[in-house]
Design a protein around this ligand. Structure first.
Ligand SMILES: O=P(O)(O)OC[C@H]1O[C@@H](O)[C@H](O)[C@@H](O)[C@@H]1O
Length: 312
């Protein structure tokens, strides 16, 4: 369903996108991947990182914005890396099952990942389950960007299924060496650069001096990304998503990625709200909801009094 402040436009390479506008802010969502590629402040400043080399060429995932990793995070299973949702064409959801937001000024769009394909389709062979995946992207007052994912098991064979998941958000930052991620201190993490061995975070914040690729376990609901140079903080609020991934490829890996500029690692950081260590398991008719809320606040530490909208 499209609210009034939403327009359908042609995007890169003829791929369709939806543009949400609210109070001078805007966000863009491609049907390809159900992928948010832009979130701009009322000053017109882009807040998400999108690579200048992003391809917008199916079946390659778009490098930047907010890819959706489903039904598998990374290579944790037999699926393609980060699952198939980010490189499928989603559709507008004609029958959204969420009520319109109570705030009448919010712009929102409801998408659905095409219902499970026939048994002969490669996706079904890789993930032989019937599901409905509905995504609402909403832009509210003061630019609050909310992504709500709802996955329902529609298997008629009585079988449960499991998945891992991440909102793989790429944030735009002025200079990665000046960035602090707060809220993950003292947590256990799995280090993707060391065979996912388990460690405990020792620092009082995460800072970046080289490649970093970690899955923080049972992370708190709020995580802050402080950008000193810009004097601003991104606030990530997650519900239904216990874990958090922090990733920066740094110079060597940046050079090895064909859809990423050699120097672009300096201006991005991924902080991903995720469900990884304990996969989500749904019995038939059961539904899971995972919600991500992004907002921008003046430089604030995560312990401070931040205005966080209600939980699920
Ligand atoms: O290149 P991809 O498939 O988009 O993945 C990018 C990165 O995604 C992160 O979530 C992973 O932790 C990294 O290991 C990975 O390199």
């Amino acid at each position: 369903m499209e609210a009034q402040a939403v327009e359908r436009e042609g995007g890169m390479n003829g791929l369709e996108k939806l543009v949400l506008r609210e109070g001078g802010w805007s966000a863009e969502v491609y049907l390809y991947g159900g992928h948010v590629t832009s979130w701009k402040s009322s000053q017109g400043e882009e807040l998400l990182f999108l690579s200048s080399k992003a391809l917008f060429e199916p079946p390659k995932a778009i490098r930047g914005g907010i890819p959706i990793c489903f039904p598998q995070f990374s290579n944790l299973g037999s699926q393609q890396g980060h699952g198939f949702a980010r490189n499928r064409l989603w559709a507008l959801d004609a029958h959204p099952q969420l009520d319109p937001p109570p705030n009448a000024t919010a712009a929102f769009v409801d998408l659905i990942l095409s219902p499970s394909p026939s048994p002969s389709h490669d996706d079904f062979k890789a993930y032989p389950h019937s599901f409905e995946y509905r995504l609402r992207v909403q832009l509210g007052p003061a630019g609050l960007l909310t992504l709500t994912s709802r996955v329902r098991n529609t298997n008629s064979d009585g079988k449960p299924f499991s998945f891992t998941f991440a909102y793989h958000t790429y944030f735009s930052v002025s200079d990665i060496s000046e960035v602090r991620v707060e809220g993950l201190e003292t947590l256990d993490y799995l280090d993707n650069l060391q065979d996912r061995s388990r460690f405990t975070e020792q620092g009082d914040a995460i800072t970046f001096e080289g490649e970093l690729d970690r899955i923080y376990l049972e992370a708190p609901r709020k995580i802050a990304i402080l950008d000193h140079e810009k004097n601003r903080t991104f606030l990530v609020v997650k519900d239904g998503l216990p874990d958090a991934v922090v990733w920066n490829p740094w110079d060597k890996k940046a050079k090895a990625m064909s859809d990423f500029g050699d120097e672009e690692y300096k201006h991005m950081v991924c902080v991903e709200a995720a469900a990884i260590e304990d996969p989500v398991t749904l019995k038939p008719t059961e539904e899971w909801t995972g919600r991500l809320q992004l907002s921008l606040v003046p430089n604030t530490h995560v312990g401070g009094s931040l205005d966080v909208p209600n939980a699920l």
